[in-house]
Each structure stands twice: as structure tokens, then as C-alpha cells.
Design a binder for this molecule. Structure first.
Ligand code: NAD
Length: 486
């Protein structure tokens, strides 16, 4: 079907906004055309979602029955796993192995929230008088979910599965760069038995579709993952409407290597932390701090590791780094690297497009290491969201904690050391939502995830990742004999 239609009320529905195309960043070829949902399309979808959310059938369905539907969605995704992985690869250029891992992670997310839905309990609160008080958790209604292009499969599962588990209806707007997986998964969900209207997908740009969704009067909450400036604009709109927003935003995460670390393990962790996914990860370890005593030998090892990466077509076996997700994004990354040159930085490795003719049609860029700057440089302050690592020396623990925290962001941090006491001290002192010690980018659906400072508000994942989409209600049963008032 071209253009591909939105998915509303359990079926494909043509959008009435402007057309846009999805482009394969590895080849420059068109994947397909889509319509931006107009404000009228958004209105129709939110009304359908509100009706589905308001029906007691879903709100009051017993948790184990709701969980069964979530598990069946996971089964449906597992049956289409290879297609879902290929779809993401064609739209954002991630290597196929990583796309497969992300499908597996999305499936696991649905299974996890099925379990959370079935097993979490309401609370009896301690009485302070002659009454029995309990707290129950109720759905918000319609949740608007807005996602970026770097990991649509996992980011969307992380919002949709807990929001549905919590008893809501969802209107999901995926990034205009990666619209297809969300449409496919909504169809899988309905085939798996999710009542129509509970998961609706509207494709389109932020300006055409996203803004209309955030400001719709029947949307009760916005769950957003994306850039900090977009998140700030969405939070303002939500504040005007007095509705909650959950914001997973950008990062400029420090990865810290002490002289007493296992340097080979650290080189692997640092390279994976920035170059996996071509650095297009919110938690990318993009500021590397290396203790001065090992600075030169560590940088030599790291350069060798970066130059051993195989930049290539994402479907090809042996490729370890695919293209950037879009051509405009590559230009943005190139402007950042130019700013580093202009500010006196030295390009230790990369800093350009690959020479390989077979990659000339795609948005490829080499793994890049920049040295010779300090933490005030543009590339150390702003999120590049590309395969660009800035390396900075440090003297001691206090120095590196001060430098690591000297950022508006606070999403993640890596610490490499053989001293567990030091690891603990640094982990507690760094202002970040996730700290990895002698590992990097290890993520679990069971552990809460989110940012300090400008990296976000609220926590996804874990049991509280379902509570995020609920509001608590306290109910008192009077136990006093005469007046009912204790
Ligand atoms: P973006 O902010 O440009 O867009 C994200 C989404 O918001 C897209 O769907 C876009 O269409 C929509 N949007 C844009 N303007 C809007 C508006 N005014 N109203 C409503 N919706 C609007 O981000 P991006 O370029 O797609 O993704 C990259 C960013 O996402 C990076 O900053 C990255 O750090 C961040 N990110 C954060 C996390 C996290 O968990 N913290 C995860 C992945 C990506």
C-alpha cells in the first residue's frame, strides 16, 4: 500500500496531511511513502482512543487477562521478528545484528509488562485511626507516545507495553524517519487480540502531527523520547494543560577510565559505548576521561580499536558500524567535527566519510576520535548523536567528578577501575540516571531508566515504568461505629 496508511481503531486509515518518504540511509533509496496525520486525523484518532480507554472492558479487565493479551502480542512479534528487524535496518541503518537484538528486547518488554501487570498489587496503607485505607492505581486514559528514530523498536515497546498494561489507550507517533515498525506492531497487536482503538499509530512530522497530538484536549499524558529542546517545548504545552509528561531526553555521557582499570576491557567498553549504533544512542559515552598516567597508551589502543571497526552495509555479515540514520543528520555530525577543528581539536582517527565506493550512496561516516580540547569545547557540551568521541585527560577522582558533572546533561556514566570502593564513590557522586561499572550500555527492562538535569523527567522501565501511566487513588472504609469519623 503506497502511501502507507495510519493505523486507527484497529485498521489502516488514510491520513490527510502532506506526504513524506522514508529513505534507506545505507543506499539513499526510498523505502516508501507515508502521510502526515493532520490535526483532523489526530482528533479522530484521539477520540477513538478515548472511547476505547473509557470502555470498562479494558479499564477493569482483570490484570491476568490483560497480561495474556500482552503475551500474545509478544508471540505475534516473535513470529515476525526477522521482518521487524529488517524494517528497522532499512529505515535507520543499524546493523542487522543490533536490529535483531532490539526486536528480542521489544518482545521481552511485552512479556515483562505482562508479568508486572499480573503480579503488582495495590497497597493497604497503615491506619492512623478507625478506618481501613487502601491505594489503588488507575489508568490515565489516553497516553500520547512520541518516539525518536534511533531505536524505534525498543523505545516504542518501552512506552506502549506498560501504558497498555496500566489500562490505558495509546496514540503513538513514531519518528518520521522510522514510521513502519510502529504500524506493523499495531497490526500485530490487534491480530493478537488487543481490542481495536487501544493502540493507534499516526505517522507524520513533529510540526504536522506531534504538536496536534500533544495539545489535544483528550490526551491525558505525553510520554516523549527525543531531543532536549523538543522535550522542553512539549513539557511547556503539557504544563499549560496541567497534564503529566514523561521525558527521556539527550545526553553527553562521561566514560571514565582510571589507571588501575583492566585497559583491554575498558577499550572494548569505550569503543562499544560510542561507536555501536554509529553513536546514535542517548546513552552514548561521548566524553571519554582518561587518567593522565595512562592517557597516551590508552589512546593508542583505542585508535587501533576504532580503526578495526568495519563500516559497511548494515545487512552485510561482518559489518560493525552502519551509516548514520539520515543524510541531514550526517551533515549535522560533520558540522560538529568541523567545530572541533575550528576550536583547535586534533582528529586522532576518522573525521570524514569512508573512501569505499560501495558506500558512496549512503550516509556513512567513520568512527571519529577527537583529542586536544577541554570540557568547554562545543563537541564536549552539545550532544552530537554520532560516532564522535572526545577524549579528555584527568588527574584524580575529584577532578574527574567535577568534569563529568560539568554538563547540562545527566543520563549515564561509565566507570572503569579495579577498585570497588572508588567505583562506588564515583557512581554516587556522578549526577546521572544510570552508572555502569566495568561495563557499558548494559540495559535491563527491570531497572528504572531516565535522566538527571536536562536529560529528562520521570523513569521508564521496571515496575515504576507501569506506575508512570497510572494515577493513584486512596480509598477509605470507615470502621467507627456511630459517626463514621474517627
Ligand atoms: P526529536 O526531538 O527531533 O524528535 C523526537 C520525536 O518528536 C519525533 O517523533 C518528532 O517527530 C517529534 N517532534 C518533533 N517536534 C515536535 C513537536 N513540536 N511536538 C511534538 N512532537 C515533536 O529527536 P530525534 O532527532 O528523533 O532523536 C534524537 C534525540 O532523541 C537525541 O537528542 C537523543 O538523545 C534523544 N533520545 C533520548 C533517549 C532517552 O531515552 N533518553 C533515547 C533515544 C533518543
Amino acid at each position: 500500500m503506497n502511501p502507507r496508511q495510519n493505523f486507527v481503531g484497529g485498521q489502516p486509515v488514510a491520513g490527510t496531511g502532506p506526504l513524506f518518504a522514508s529513505i534507506d540511509p545505507a543506499t539513499g533509496q526510498r523505502n516508501g511513502e507515508f502521510t502526515s496525520a493532520s490535526a483532523a486525523d489526530v482528533d479522530a484518532a484521539v477520540r477513538i482512543a478515548a472511547e476505547a480507554a473509557g470502555q470498562t472492558a479494558w479499564r477493569t479487565m482483570r490484570p491476568h487477562e490483560r497480561a495474556r493479551i500482552l503475551s500474545r502480542i509478544a508471540d505475534g512479534m516473535a513470529a515476525c521478528a526477522e521482518d521487524l528487524a529488517a524494517t528497522q535496518m532499512q529505515e535507520n541503518g543499524k546493523v542487522i545484528a543490533e536490529c535483531r537484538a532490539q526486536v528480542a528486547s521489544a518482545i521481552a518488554t511485552y512479556r515483562y509488562y505482562a508479568a508486572v501487570c499480573e503480579t503488582t498489587e495495590s497497597e493497604l496503607t497503615p491506619p492512623r485511626g478507625d478506618y481501613l485505607s487502601m491505594t489503588v492505581h488507575e489508568p490515565i486514559g489516553v497516553v500520547a507516545a512520541i518516539t525518536p528514530w534511533n531505536s524505534p523498536l525498543t523505545m516504542e515497546a518501552q512506552k506502549v507495553a506498560p501504558a497498555l498494561a496500566a489500562g490505558n489507550a495509546v496514540v503513538l507517533k513514531p519518528s518520521e524517519v522510522t514510521p513502519t515498525a510502529a504500524l506493523d506492531i499495531a497490526a500485530i497487536a490487534v491480530a493478537a487480540g488487543l481490542p481495536p482503538g487501544l493502540l493507534n499509530v499516526l505517522t507524520g512530522t513533529g510540526v504536522d502531527t506531534g504538536a496536534a497530538l500533544v495539545t489535544h484536549p483528550s490526551v491525558g499524558m505525553v510520554s516523549f523520547t527525543g531531543g532536549t529542546e523538543t522535550g522542553r517545548a512539549i513539557a511547556r504545552l503539557c504544563a499549560d494543560r496541567l497534564i503529566p509528561s514523561a521525558l527521556e531526553l539527550g545526553g553527553k555521557s562521561p566514560n571514565i577510565v582510571f589507571a588501575d582499570a583492566d585497559l583491554d576491557a575498558a577499550v572494548d567498553g569505550v569503543a562499544g559505548g560510542i561507536f555501536e549504533g554509529s553513536g546514535q544512542s542517548c546513552v552514548a559515552g561521548s566524553r571519554l576521561f582518561v587518567q593522565r598516567a595512562i592517557y597516551d597508551p590508552f589512546l593508542d589502543k583505542l585508535r587501533a580499536r576504532a580503526e578495526a571497526l568495519r563500516v559497511g552495509l548494515p545487512a552485510q555479515a561482518g559489518t560493525t558500524m552502519g551509516p548514520l540514520a539520515s543524510f541531514p543528520h550526517r551533515e549535522r555530525v560533520e558540522r560538529f567535527v568541523q567545530s572541533a577543528r575550528d576550536e583547535g581539536g586534533a582528529i586522532v582517527s576518522g573525521g570524514r566519510r569512508p573512501d569505499d565506493d560501495a558506500l558512496a550512496a549512503g550516509a556513512f561516516y567513520l568512527p571519529t576520535i577527537i583529542a586536544g580540547l577541554n570540557n568547554a569545547a562545543t563537541v564536549c557540551r552539545q550532544e552530537i548523536f554520532g560516532p564522535v568521541l572526545c577524549v579528555l585527560p584527568f588527574d584524580d577522582e575529584d577532578d574527574v567528578i567535577a568534569q563529568a558533572n560539568d554538563s547540562v546533561y545527566g543520563l549515564a556514566c561509565g566507570v572503569w577501575t579495579g577498585d570497588y570502593r572508588k567505583a562506588w564513590r564515583v557512581a554516587r557522586a556522578v549526577l546521572a540516571g544510570t552508572v555502569w561499572i566495568n561495563t557499558y550500555k548494559q540495559l535491563s527492562i527491570a531497572a528504572p531508566f531516565g535522566g538527571f538535569k536536562h536529560s529528562g523527567l520521570g523513569r521508564e522501565k521496571g515496575i515504576q515504568g507501569m506506575r508512570l501511566y497510572q494515577q493513584s487513588k486512596s480509598i477509605y472504609f470507615g470502621l467507627a461505629d456511630a459517626t463514621g469519623v474517627a
